[in-house]
Design a protein around this ligand. Sequence first.
Ligand SMILES: C[S@@+](CC[C@H](N)C(=O)[O-])C[C@H]1O[C@@H](n2cnc3c(N)ncnc32)[C@H](O)[C@@H]1O
Length: 321
Amino acid sequence: MTNFSNFYQQIATNRLSHWLNTLPAQLDHWQKNELHGEFKHWQKTLEALPNGQSNNVDLTTSVTVGSKGDLNPGEEKRLENLMKKFKPWRKGPYHIHGLHIDTEWRSDFKWDRLAEHIGDLSGKYVLDIGCGSGYHLWRMRGAGAKFVVGVDPTQLFLMQFNAVQHFIQDKAVNLLPLGVEQLPELKSFDTVFAMGVLYHRRSPIDFLYQLKSQLVKGGELVLETLIVDGDENTVLVPGERYAKMRNVWFLPSAKAMCAWLERCGFSNIRVVNTDITALDEQRKTEWIDTESLSDFLDPEDNSKTIEGYPAPQRAIFIANA
Ligand SMILES: C[S@@+](CC[C@H](N)C(=O)[O-])C[C@H]1O[C@@H](n2cnc3c(N)ncnc32)[C@H](O)[C@@H]1O
C-alpha cells in the first residue's frame, strides 16, 4: 500500500482542497487495479532501506542528503544494493549519505538552463507534469516553493522518489502516480512545469489546454520539449521511431511551438533557451542497464539520429496563462 493520507491531510487545509473531491477515489482505484507486477517487491526494498533521515540537506545546488560516514559501512553497502534494485535511474543525480546515484541524465544541466529565466518560486504552489523520479521537484523546493506536486504515471519513478523522500522527509514535496489526462482542472498552481512530455503526447494542443487548466490566472508555464529547425509551419512527425523511441509524435519548430501556445491563449511567450542534447548530459552509467544517447545517434554523423532525423534539440518556453 502506498499511503497518500499525508498528502490528503495537507491539501485539506491548503488551496488544493477541491482536489479531494476526486483524488482519493482515483488513487484507490489505482491501488486496487493498476499496480505494476513488481510493486510488492519494490515496496519491500523501500522498507529495507537503512534509517538515515538527515537535517543536512542541500536542494539549492544539487540534491544531496547527509554525507559519507553518516552510515556504517554495512549500511552504506545495503543502501547501494537496495537503490540499485530501482534501476534504471534515469533522472538525477542524487547524493545520499555519500552514495552518488549517477543517473543516465544530468537533470541538473536542464535546471541550470532554466533557473535564471523562471519567476521567483518563493512561497509558490508548483506542479511538475511528467516529473520522472522527481529530481526537479527537489530543486523547485530548493528554490523556495511552498508546495510542490509532481505527477508521473511510471510506477518505478514513484518508487525512486519515495526512496529519496525516505531520507529527506519533506512533506511539502509529493509525487502522485497520475498522467496529465487524469488531472481535473485545478486552476490552482502558480507555476506549472512540463518538461520532456509534449512530444510524447498524441494531441499536443489538448495537452497545452490541460496545462493551462492547472494554472491560476496569470500563472507561469515552463515548457521544455524537442524541437526542429524551421518556420512557424514546420513540425516533424517522425515515423515509428525517433532516436529509437516509439512514442514520439510532434516535434515543432520553436516558432511553431510559440504559435501553438498563442493559439491556446497563453501570453508573454518567449523561448529562453535552445540546446542540442550533448553526450555528457545523457549517457550510460552503472545506474542504467539500457542504451543511451550515443546508441541513438548515427555513429557516422552525430547531428542525426540513427533513423536519419535531426539529433535531439531542446527548447525551453515560458508563457503566462
Ligand atoms: C522524458 S521524461 C521527462 C522527465 C522530466 N520532466 C525531465 O524533464 O527530465 C518524460 C516523462 O513523462 C512521463 N509521462 C509519460 N506519460 C505521461 C502522462 N500521460 N502524463 C504525465 N507524464 C507522463 C514519463 O513517465 C516520463 O517520466
